[in-house]
Ligand binder design. Structure first.
Ligand code: M6R
Length: 606
């Protein structure tokens, strides 16, 4: 979704801003823009790629202070005028904004009555005109921004530059901003990725914070005017630079990173001799785990599917009710929160607005939420306070892959931990931890010999729709496979629990309709075979993902075997061919694999 980068210091700003924009591209965007302070405020913006913007910027543009933005349209279409930065009528102030100004309509009406001519349809533009009005009335820049934001309702991560002042003012409320600290120079960004190669020292703004950033330092304050001392933290440097290396796309790279990512997640957390797992960051006592009435997990998209796997594992191993909820629905259904229940927010980015809103709803009603998050120091991680990082490393492709596996691995460990605190025997715990520890190697084995993926691609690439079926723990895996193929290859996909197929989706089947079935070697396999037969009787083509050596392969038209593991952990293996099918199908159809249309990596609006 929208991204921000800003620079002020002793070097030319343009290279930092353009490189920052490129590093923000993974978030998904439809236009970009750039403003630089060079005696005046020069603004360039346009729809399309950052490379299109770069092409319109004069080669020798000077200036040591600037802001830039990638926009993902919410209010107003994808047009040059709606791209950020937005400027005051005299062109002396430029602003970039992430988030949504909810009362933009009434603010806009008032400005227009006063004769201000707004040039875009965005909610953001009102802010720069209000700031300008305050400055015209004699307010200093910080006061002008503060007064403006006090009138705004909604969410913002904003950066503003002024022709007449050598500073960037930024503010956060609901949309993250991080200030990177250098020597005689400072950066501002909407996430840490563009900062990774520039500095390790950062200040993360909190909601309600403002900051005046100059080349010499940072002064933070609150919306009410109080000055504050900001905490400087060090970036986790083991994330390093996320470069493509020998891979053509981040998605493929991230699929192949799964063995290592899983090792990072499991290392030091499995207590093999005790048949247990330790996720210290959750800070749950055995007593608490024994007494809880239920577990609830929240997430969106891929994180929701991982939560659905997790809830089945928890219920199975700990014999406690567990539910997974769509975050975007949760808060609006006035949920009953039991304060002694366990809640998890599952998110790769830790910035997903729907999940964040669900967390706040639970906390407001007295409940506690633990994060199951990838991005260290992200908003949800900080809002929860306690939790476990899944340690996938940076995930840049919009289609989430390795985060799914690591979320499932983290939740598998929690399921063992809570199981052991309740009814799970040490012997069974030992078997499970041993088998979980082997999963990264099995993932490696599969990826080095992934089976006839290209045959599957030929079967699905021109299909009107693709049906994904799975039972039990494989039902969420089927949903994940459908989401992947749909979001990057734009093929309509349906995912159903296999037994539910005969209650409706079977009507879609005709000669050669592709049906992808996930059938690991679990107790539900025989029932899945019945569903396969029902599909075959209607002429469907069965693509079967199953355990190596299992005679169930005979039920398929295309068989994709995956290494054998405990059925509970099968999602970390059965999901792999689904990721590859989506990737190679999108490739054959010539789609933008890493940046599918209309989608954003972190969805920071509700
Ligand atoms: O960052 P999060 O895990 O909270 O993101 C949740 C979803 O937006 C995300 O999984 C989305 O569905 C992906 N595009 C799926 O590949």
């Amino acid at each position: 979704m929208c991204g921000i980068i800003g620079y002020i210091g002793n070097q030319q700003a343009t290279p930092f801003l353009l490189e920052g924009l490129r590093r923000l591209e993974y978030r998904g965007y439809d236009s970009s823009g750039f403003a630089i302070r060079n005696g005046e405020v020069s603004v360039f913006k346009r729809i399309g790629k950052v490379s299109d913007l770069e092409a319109m910027i004069p080669k020798r543009i000077e200036g040591m202070c600037g802001i830039a933005h990638t926009r993902w349209a919410t209010h107003g279409g994808v047009t040059d005028a709606n791209a950020h930065p937005h400027c005051s009528s005299d062109g002396k102030i430029a602003l970039v904004h992430n988030g949504i100004i909810e009362n933009a309509r009434s603010l806009r009406n008032r400005l227009e009555k006063e004769g201000v001519k707004l040039l875009s349809e965005t909610d953001s533009e009102v802010l720069v005109h209000l700031i300008h009005r305050e400055v015209k009335n004699g307010a200093k820049p910080l006061t002008a921004v503060r007064r403006t934001l006090k009138r705004a309702r909604g969410t913002w991560g904003v950066c503003i530059i002024f022709e007449e002042h050598d500073m960037i003012i930024c503010a956060r409320n609901g949309s993250p901003l991080v200030i990177g600290l250098g020597d005689g120079e400072n950066w501002i960004a909407s996430d840490t990725l563009p900062l990774q190669t520039l500095t390790q020292q950062v200040i993360r703004l909190d909601d309600g914070d403002l900051a005046v950033v100059t080349s010499e330092g940072v002064q933070t304050s609150r919306l009410d005017g109080r000055f504050t001392d900001s905490e400087v933290t060090t970036l986790d440097d083991d994330w390093g630079e996320a470069e493509l290396g020998e891979f053509p796309h981040f998605m493929l790279k991230e699929i192949y990173e799964q063995p290592e990512a899983l090792r990072q997640c499991l290392t030091g957390r499995l207590a093999l001799s005790d048949g247990n797992a330790r996720l210290g960051g959750f800070d749950f006592s055995s007593k608490k785990l024994q007494k809880i009435p239920h577990v609830r997990l929240l997430g969106c998209g891929t994180a929701l599917h991982a939560a659905q796997v997790g809830r089945l594992l928890i219920e199975e191993l700990a014999r406690v009710p567990a539910l997974a909820h769509v975050s975007s629905e949760f808060r609006h259904n006035n949920p009953v929160i039991e304060t002694d229940a366990i809640h998890f927010a599952v998110s790769q980015s830790g910035e997903t607005a729907d999940t964040l809103a669900a967390v706040k709803e639970i906390q407001l009603k007295g409940g506690e939420v633990r994060g199951v998050i990838n991005v260290v120091g992200s908003t949800i991680a900080r809002q929860c306070g306690k939790g476990c990082y899944i340690h996938s490393g940076p995930e840049q492709s919009v289609a989430s892959t390795k985060a799914f596996s690591n979320m499932v691995a983290a939740l598998s460990m929690f399921a063992i931990q809570i199981g052991r605190a309740r009814t799970l025997s040490r012997e069974k715990g030992k078997r499970l931890t041993k088998s979980l520890q082997k999963v990264p190697q099995l993932v490696d084995d599969y990826l080095s010999n992934p089976g006839p993926i290209h045959e599957v691609v030929s079967a699905v690439k021109d299909a009107k729709s693709v049906l994904f079926l799975g039972r039990g723990i494989s039902a969420p895996v089927a949903r994940e496979g459908a989401l992947k193929l749909m979001e990057i290859a734009y093929i309509p996909c349906l995912a159903y629990p296999a037994g539910e197929m005969k209650h409706g989706p079977i009507a879609l089947l005709e000669e050669d309709s592709p049906v992808i079935v996930i059938a690991p070697n679990d107790s539900l396999k025989d029932k899945t075979v019945s569903s396969i037969q029902e599909c075959r009787a209607r002429g469907a083509k069965i693509i079967l993902i199953h355990e190596e050596g299992d005679p169930i392969a005979e039920e398929s038209d295309i068989s994709i075997p995956v290494p054998s593991t405990d059925p509970m952990f099968s999602p970390m293996l059965t999901v792999l061919p689904l990721q590859l099918i989506a990737y190679y199908t999108a490739l054959v159809l010539d789609k933008d694999v890493d940046r599918p249309r209309n989608l954003a990596k972190s969805v920071t609006v509700e």
